[in-house]
Design a protein around this ligand. Structure first.
Ligand code: B12
Ligand code: SF4
Length: 490
């Protein structure tokens, strides 16, 4: 049995800094591949990093993967239109190949996904054991319509089997198959890093994120949030260090690696003792405390990534379901700054019901937190999330669809935040953050005076577009005069 995974991986970085590289690591596919290879199945990956026509993809497929028995697509919502189109073209060329699609989008939108004529099966939730069972049944000539976790289209009927419980013991899985990816030419190599995952799931229910929806796929009583043991994760890292050419950083791609206090303490201590490589990971503001920042610092954390999402406590709590007070966020930020751990803050603008004034609160919170990197996205409503349903109920959705969250345009029509103002806010976010950082260091009354001027400019983009070029020109002239007047260094 020969399985070829197809992974559309140009959603992030396309046309940007990493163009030309062969994509990024995908823990889900690496894990399924390891399970399949352990049972002796042959597995390859067709990782698509360039936008081409479906016919061009078909030509490549014919040349390299024509003998596949099963084609396994992995899909996020943004990738799905490409998956669907290519699956149709592929099915027409190879009607006998079994086409299965897994990942977040088909997990949450199985019915819609199966309407795609090229797809025979969708996998809901974790794919390791469902794929194994599928291969085994195909080999033995058994019935493939009754496998837990799979929805199967057969003879004009859809067999919607119940979800498979999430894998309880992540340590029982083989180490992910990193060889599936072309590391030498990957984005990860360009970034001088290796990517790991220590956990699965997140206990929070932020309305814009897929976790609350994915959680519902877990049959009653089964744990959605799980983690590998610290020893297992360290062993995985050590094996990869031995296998790969020297790299500088480690990136933990988990939603929330440091959720459990004891786990974090044990893992970070062992990491500090045996791995000793700078690393980045995600966390939440309320988990930050003096002990944790101390452990992070000692273990070599080079970037802590935290979601602020909105500076407005109304938007955070009432719209996004993130119950974090402004005071708590700022004091966590202070602890991180005291330890000099570089901070990346995620924020969103164009959130349902947001106003430009509330988006300004996000700018100012970023300025107060002083992150090394402000990571901003324009809100995108993912299907099956609570916030998508809210957008739908309130008539905020438009037919606009975007390939990437990084295009800086909204897909919504918000009553108080028109698309052009969202684009303005997205494009000028960093500039305003820098301006407030400077202003917040002024003494009164200058702080208030300048804050009011810049507030006005944020709220009036047209005036800003006139004032800004003049301000920049004046600043440049002032700097060059100062340079000329200052005594020359010997
Ligand atoms: C790490 C990560 C990334 C990494 C790696 C991407 C990857 N595909 O692994 C990077 C930074 C590259 C990334 C990029 C993006 N991401 Co991302 N990412 C994640 C994150 C935090 C963890 C994913 C992970 O490793 N999970 C652990 C592994 C084990 O699970 P898994 O990947 O889901 O795979 C399992 C199952 O889904 C299934 N499965 C998956 N594929 C297949 C295929 C077959 C054939 C089968 C049978 C089963 C199967 O089996 C796997 C093993 O159990 C998730 C959050 C989450 N909770 O999932 C967001 C998440 C997947 N990302 C998201 C988004 C939006 C993006 C981007 C679009 C962002 C952007 N604008 O560029 C891009 C799209 C990338 C792409 N090519 O499609 C959204 C997707 C929402 C949606 N409805 O589609 C998520 C869910 C976060 C969220 N906002 O809720 N991401
Ligand atoms: S904390 Fe992060 S990963 Fe967890 S539900 Fe909220 S947005 Fe999703």
């Amino acid at each position: 049995m020969y399985i070829v995974f197809v992974y559309f991986d140009f959603m992030q970085g396309a046309g940007g800094k990493y163009n030309g590289a062969s994509g990024k690591y995908h823990e889900g596919l690496a894990s399924i591949s390891a399970c399949l290879k352990q049972r002796g199945y042959r597995v390859s990956l067709y990782q698509i990093t360039e936008k081409q026509t479906a016919e061009q993809y078909l030509d490549t497929f014919k040349t390299l993967y024509a003998d596949a028995d099963i084609v396994g697509f992995s899909s996020t919502s943004q990738a799905f239109p490409y998956v669907s189109e290519f699956a149709n073209v592929l099915k027409k060329a190879f009607p006998d190949k079994l086409m299965i699609c897994g990942g977040v989008h088909p997990s949450l939108m199985p019915e819609e996904s199966l309407q795609s004529p090229g797809l025979d099966i969708v996998c809901r939730g974790e794919g390791e054991y469902s794929m194994l069972e599928l291969c085994e049944r195909l080999e033995s000539g058994g019935d493939i319509t009754s496998i837990e976790g799979l929805w199967v289209k057969h003879n004009n009927r859809v067999y919607s089997n119940p979800p498979r419980p999430p894998i309880r013991d992540l340590d029982a899985l083989p180490f992910p198959d990193r060889d599936l990816f072309d590391y030498e030419h990957s984005v990860d190599k360009q970034m001088d890093r290796l990517v790991f995952s220590g956990s699965r799931g997140c206990p929070h229910d932020c309305t814009y994120c897929c976790n609350h929806a994915l959680k519902k796929l877990c049959p009653g009583g089964t744990a959605y949030v799980r983690r590998k043991s610290p020893d297992r994760l360290i062993a995985e890292i050590q094996q990869a260090i031995a296998q790969y050419p020297p790299f500088t950083y480690i990136y933990f791609a988990d939603d929330l690696l440091l959720l459990k206090k004891n786990w974090s303490a044990e893992f970070l201590e062992k990491y500090a003792a045996s791995v000793r490589k700078p690393f980045a990971c995600n966390c939440r503001f309320e988990l930050i405390n003096p002990a944790l920042v101390d452990q992070l610092k000692k273990a070599g954390c080079w970037q802590l990534q935290l979601g602020l999402e909105s500076g407005s406590s109304y938007i955070r709590q009432e719209v996004l379901n993130r119950h974090q007070s402004t005071e708590m966020i700022l004091s966590a930020g202070k602890l991180i700054a005291e330890k000099q751990i570089p901070l990346l803050v995620f924020s969103m603008i164009g959130v349902p019901f947001e106003t430009p004034a509330q988006a300004l609160e996000t700018v100012k919170m970023n300025a107060l937190l002083r992150p090394t990197i402000c990571h901003l996205t324009v809100f995108y409503p993912f299907p099956a999330t609570e916030l998508y349903a809210l957008c739908q109920k309130n008539g905020l959705l438009t037919p606009r669809h975007l390939d990437s969250l990084f295009e800086g345009e909204t897909t919504l029509q918000l009553p108080d935040f028109p698309p052009n103002k969202i684009t303005f806010a997205y494009r000028n976010f960093q500039t305003f953050v820098s301006q407030y950082m400077t202003i917040f260091s002024f003494k009164q009354p200058w702080r208030t005076i300048f804050e009011k001027i810049v507030d006005f400019l944020w709220l009036h983009p047209r005036i800003y577009s006139v004032v800004n070029p003049a301000y920049r020109a004046a600043k440049k002239t002032f700097r060059s005069i100062r340079r000329k007047l200052s005594p020359k260094k010997k």
